[in-house]
Write a protein that binds this ligand. Sequence first.
Ligand code: SF4
Ligand code: SF4
Length: 229
Amino acid sequence: MAESLPPNRPRIPGSGLVKGLAVTLRTMTKKSVTAQYPDAQPDLPPRTRGVIGLFEENCTVCMLCARECPDWCIYIDSHKETVPAATPGGRERSRNVLDRFAIDFSLCMYCGICIEVCPFDALFWSPEFEYAETDIRELTHERDKLREWMWTVPAPPALDPGAEEPKELATARKTADKLAAQQAPPVTEPHADEQARAAEQPTRPQGDSKQQTDQPKPDQPKPGQEGSE
Ligand code: SF4
Ligand code: SF4
């Protein structure tokens, strides 16, 4: 059975006008939230998704980001290089060398999947957003431009007190300590003959140095003054 409609209330003449004026007055007394951009720069949160920066040194050309990008807007070219064996008799190794890394920001939908899936921390969000172009082709940022964006990536937030040190820092410190130990001059052990000679040398009692024994005592006449009086 259909619900019965509420009875029509009698309309008070001018009530709509009063309601409208009330809304206007309420809005007029509220604090304005309009930012005068570009004169006033917005205060963006640190995790803002503005543009993507590439830290090229960390990229191993694994292609994961390009494969997972839903818009297929990451372009990577690379070639293989043979690295000679590190030790005699060892095996040569091959590694990927990056030739091209580009992101087409006219296609990118800022989902962040590429940054999430990168296993080597080579991609980062930057809050920088002022890169509009009049030519759409300019929105394809090549590796040099993507590297420049890295300067605008904010530092990560500080760890909670008592938190475990990140593995990357611990590994970097261990490597630095190892390098410092390799570069330090070797500590040479004294030769056995020198040790024996040092053991044979008589030790002088403390406070009776040669300088003190050769010096005339204050109440003794000096060698040239003997018998002059
Ligand atoms: S943010 Fe999303 S759409 Fe943009 S490049 Fe990364 S994976 Fe592709
Ligand atoms: S996922 Fe990371 S390491 Fe792999 S190609 Fe992309 S940026 Fe380079």
